[in-house]
Design a protein around this ligand. Structure first.
Ligand code: B12
Ligand code: SF4
Ligand code: SF4
Length: 323
């Protein structure tokens, strides 16, 4: 199926994916690392990552698509934005990436289907089964990315590509087709670099295991954490209104990031003025954006923490500077 593979890679590029590789549908080689992480690191309110049914799916992609024979792993460039106060992660500058990447992946499937139908040698495979995964599926996206040759796992725990850096979204398409796997990425571009570790405001990166203490990560706290903050969590949220890019910005492999992405810009960015926004207004204002993830009460909580942390800064007594 070398022709179909080359065709798919060329079409992926045409559709806006910067990376495309293939791997098998067997258990990801790094699955044990996932179990060790679950054992060692507190998960905060992300207990779903430990649910036995979802752990089983991460170990065996066939549970997501029975009959899966290969996995196409795709990378999409995220344009890194400048740091700001308050901090809004780059990915929130685009429409919700789950919604934006899905039609791109569906278009790729359509082109693959057309190719299968057009070529006599693929006649046994015209009944294509597939499943698209973008972030929310129980699948080890980064591990599959390494296996498909997209890059290495950096100390920051991000998948890093030598050309496109680590400011990437990942997407996988599980396929019922026996497409030849690409060579796994075996390099390691981190060397003695410690920039992401030093840049992390909450010291949550463990360079030995290349994983992070998620419940202290500002991205977890301001996006995934359910409920109010304890005083310690509020402090760790710092000036992050939504997400954190510190370990991405610090990475030298992102120095060539152009700030551009094929994803459409978000219609609106999270706003410090929304400290009293109602649940209804929030849903309308932030429709189609990643900010919906934190819900109205999460955004109100984050604004309160940022305001407190800014006013606690020495020499800053002015409310007007904050909002
Ligand atoms: C839970 C989660 C989070 C959590 C925990 C993150 C973490 N580092 O574990 C929180 C909320 C903190 C988070 C934050 C962010 N996330 Co997130 N997150 C996820 C999610 C849903 C699961 C990740 C997971 O299972 N973590 C547990 C660890 C143990 O697994 P892992 O990260 O996959 O690590 C594997 C490999 O790294 C490998 N491995 C680990 N160490 C080593 C060492 C070596 C030598 C080797 C070879 C392999 C290896 O084994 C691990 C297990 O398979 C994935 C989507 C998905 N379904 O995979 C997105 C995902 C990882 N997130 C993503 C993004 C973009 C972010 C943020 C940048 C968003 C932001 N700006 O705020 C930050 C970055 C923080 C960071 N440094 O990781 C992208 C990452 C893309 C990339 N280039 O790597 C993903 C893939 C979503 C997507 N589809 O694009 N995230
Ligand atoms: S996203 Fe921010 S807080 Fe989380 S690991 Fe990276 S630098 Fe640290
Ligand atoms: S900042 Fe340095 S150590 Fe961290 S992921 Fe990038 S290259 Fe690796």
């Amino acid at each position: 199926m070398q022709d179909l593979k080359n065709f798919t890679k060329a079409e992926a590029e045409r559709l806006g994916f910067c990376l495309c590789g293939f791997t098998g549908a067997a258990a990801p080689a790094d699955f044990e690392r996932y179990l060790l992480w679950l054992e060692k690191e507190p998960l905060g309110t992300m207990g779903y990552l430990k649910r036995p049914d979802t752990v089983a799916k991460r170990a065996d992609p066939h549970l997501l698509l029975p009959g899966a024979q290969s996995i196409c792993v795709l990378g999409i460039q995220m344009g890194l934005q400048k740091a700001g106060i308050p901090e809004v992660a780059s990915y929130a500058h685009y429409v919700d990436y789950h919604d934006a990447i899905l039609p791109m992946a569906e278009a790729l499937i359509q082109r693959m289907q057309a190719c299968l139908q057009e070529h006599q040698e693929y006649s046994a495979y015209t009944n294509l089964n597939y499943r698209i995964c973008i972030d929310s599926s129980p699948i080890l996206e980064r591990s599959l990315g390494v296996q498909a040759g997209l890059g290495w796992i950096g100390k920051s725990s991000m998948l890093v590509n030598p050309t496109y850096g680590s400011a990437l979204f990942l997407c996988e398409i599980l396929l019922s087709l026996p497409i030849e796997p690409d060579k796994p990425y075996t390099g390691d571009g981190c060397g003695s670099c410690m920039r992401c570790i030093n840049a992390c405001p909450n010291h949550c990166i463990d360079p030995e295991t290349r994983t992070i203490r998620a419940d202290h990560c500002a991205s977890y706290l301001t996006i995934e954490h359910k409920g109010e903050f304890t005083p310690e969590q509020s402090e760790l949220a710092g000036t992050h209104l939504f997400g954190c890019d510190a370990c991405l910005r610090a990475c030298p492999w992102n120095s060539k990031n152009t700030g551009k992405s094929p994803l459409p810009p978000a219609p609106v960015l999270p706003d410090m003025q929304d400290y009293a926004i109602s649940d209804e207004d929030f849903k309308i204002k932030y429709k189609n954006t990643a900010v919906l993830r934190t819900k109205a009460r999460g955004l109100r909580r984050n604004i309160e923490a940022v305001r407190r942390n800014l006013s606690d800064k020495p020499g800053n007594n002015s409310e007007t500077e904050i909002v």
